[in-house]
Design a protein around this ligand. Structure first.
Ligand code: CA
Length: 243
């Protein structure tokens, strides 16, 4: 697989931030400042991942994404969106983006999202990825199934209704089951590093998420690590846990 990264972004500071940090991680980077040229390159060259700004001169990011997928190009795409733009994000995910990053963002979030998307796309290539009934991507942990494209969660066969931020918190924890995630990490990834609300926001969302999930016989637990953060635990079937 190519280690080249395409960055379609007309804001030089954002393009530089992405380029600089991904170069440090060993990726070869290429920046294009408009949609048409970005689309052309994305179709004709092989990239590991594409970062796509939505507000671009000429052809916007939605059109680029749509045409890319219409052309059968399956390269993972992370869209770069403005803050408070949940509708944009939902539309981008529907058009086939793999993830999104809200601007301005921190380095930790950039790298975490990049490696998560790459891991998912590499796994897709290696093995049969479990698919939902409608062919959607699904992250399955025991009886917990998360549909990243649709923001939907199935737990013990029941759909759980989550708000977007609750969903994003759950997804981030579920991609790293059993690992302690700090409040700062959740803050950065889900709200953006310059969010003004403070860590209390994280606690409120986790607490409401927990109530919704634990309605369901403790299949999923979000454990608090005092003073640090949270950890997602999925209780497998009794025969596997040995307890
Ligand atoms: Ca822009």
């Amino acid at each position: 697989m190519s280690d080249k990264v395409l960055i379609i972004e007309d804001e030089p500071t954002i393009a530089r931030l992405v380029t600089y940090n991904l170069s440090l991680e060993g990726y070869e980077t290429e920046v294009v400042g408009n949609g048409a040229e970005g689309l052309h390159n994305a179709i004709h060259e092989d990239y590991a991942i594409i970062f796509l700004d939505l507000m671009l001169p000429g052809m916007n990011g939605f059109e680029v994404l749509q045409k890319l997928r219409q052309n059968g190009i399956k390269t993972p795409v992370i869209i770069l969106t403005a803050r408070n733009a949940e509708e944009e994000v939902v539309q981008g995910l529907k058009l086939g983006a793999d993830d999104y990053i809200t601007k301005p963002f921190g380095v930790a979030e950039l790298l975490a999202r990049t490696s998560a998307v790459l891991r998912r796309s590499r796994n897709d290539g290696e093995a049969e990825t479990p698919r939902g009934t409608s062919g959607d991507k699904v992250l399955a942990l025991g009886d917990l199934q998360i549909y990243p494209d649709k923001y939907e969660v199935l737990l013990n066969g029941q759909w759980i209704s989550l708000r977007p931020k609750e969903f994003e918190v759950l997804l981030y924890l579920a991609e790293r089951p059993g690992i302690v995630i700090t409040r700062d990490d959740l803050m950065n990834v889900v709200w953006g590093f310059d969010y003004i609300g403070g860590q209390r926001t994280v606690d409120v969302h986790v607490s409401s998420l927990r109530k919704k999930l634990e309605l369901n016989q403790q299949t999923v637990q979000i454990e608090s690590i005092r003073g640090v953060g949270y950890k997602l635990i999925v209780n497998r079937k009794a025969s596997l846990s040995g307890k």
